[in-house]
Design a protein around this ligand. Structure first.
Ligand SMILES: N[C@@H](CCC(=O)N[C@@H](CS)C(=O)NCC(=O)O)C(=O)O
Length: 248
């Protein structure tokens, strides 16, 4: 596993006000450069300006199947986040749980609308749940890129995805983000997955113009740019010459 240390401003230090604030413990993120799941915690940490150590796990070399990785995280997947050290360390997996935990433990700047704004908060919670229950399960990227399935073979799975995306177009509406002006955990969940569909031929500008504008906003987001994920993901996808099953 290769390690890079990203040194950022700790989100909890407040030198100006002099107020006593807890120090963020050591955070280690196990990740894989092109993974849309693994980029979520990274985006949340970058949004917060939290320092963390980033460890690349070589999934294609089978590093996650080695006993050492199984001792770190029982499902042997990325992302995995280790919060703290030694006996106190908390290990989390599942990208949405991780970003929720980051937002809970390091609340500034917030990545969810506050309870004092119930309508916006309800929307963000629904989008997060819908992402996990409705959108992510319709992802066909792996079937296209790794298993080389064609449009014909994918059949109803493509139809279901093409029916789902206009719903998200309507959710974004005038945007700029899924819940309006605030960039939230819902965006961190959804945007990386939407990049998968672009890589297999979906033309947002043609079919879902609000999502097209939304994608452009997300691509320019400083945390997204700083992560370098889009370049990593696109290079990874290009090398595999994915079938453009969503083109048309
Ligand atoms: N639902 C999980 C999915 C995690 C996942 O599938 N990670 C992939 C990389 S994108 C992985 O670690 N694959 C290796 C494996 O499952 O053996 C999440 O959101 O974190």
């Amino acid at each position: 596993m290769s390690q890079t240390e990203l040194t950022l401003i700790p989100c909890t230090s407040d030198a100006n006000s002099g107020s006593v604030v807890p120090v963020t413990p050591k955070i280690t993120l196990y990740t894989a450069a092109p993974s849309q799941n693994a980029v979520r915690p990274e985006l949340a940490l970058l949004e917060k300006g939290i320092s963390f150590d980033k460890i690349q796990v070589d999934l294609f070399g089978g590093e996650h199947k080695q006993p050492a990785y199984g001792e770190i995280t029982p499902r042997r997947q990325v992302p995995t986040l280790v919060y703290g050290e030694g006996d106190e360390a908390i290990t989390l997996y599942e990208s949405v749980a991780i970003i929720q935990f980051i937002d809970d433990m390091c609340p500034e700047p917030p990545l969810m609308p506050p309870v004092s704004e119930p309508a916006k908060r309800a929307k963000a919670l629904m989008r997060l749940a819908e992402f996990q229950q409705k959108l992510d399960p319709k992802n066909i990227f792996g079937s296209v890129v790794f298993r080389k399935q064609t449009r014909e073979q994918l059949g109803e799975r493509v139809d279901a995805l093409l029916e789902e995306l206009p719903r998200w177009d309507a959710y974004v509406g005038n945007g700029p983000f899924l819940c309006g002006e605030q960039f939230t955990l819902a965006d961190i969940a959804v945007f990386p997955l939407l990049m998968h569909f672009e890589a297999i031929g979906y033309d947002y500008s043609k079919h879902t113009p609000s999502l097209f504008a939304y994608m452009n906003q997300c691509k320019m987001r400083p945390s997204v740019v700083q992560s370098g994920w889009i370049e990593n993901f696109l290079a990874f996808a290009r090398e595999r010459e994915p079938g453009q099953v969503l083109a048309g």
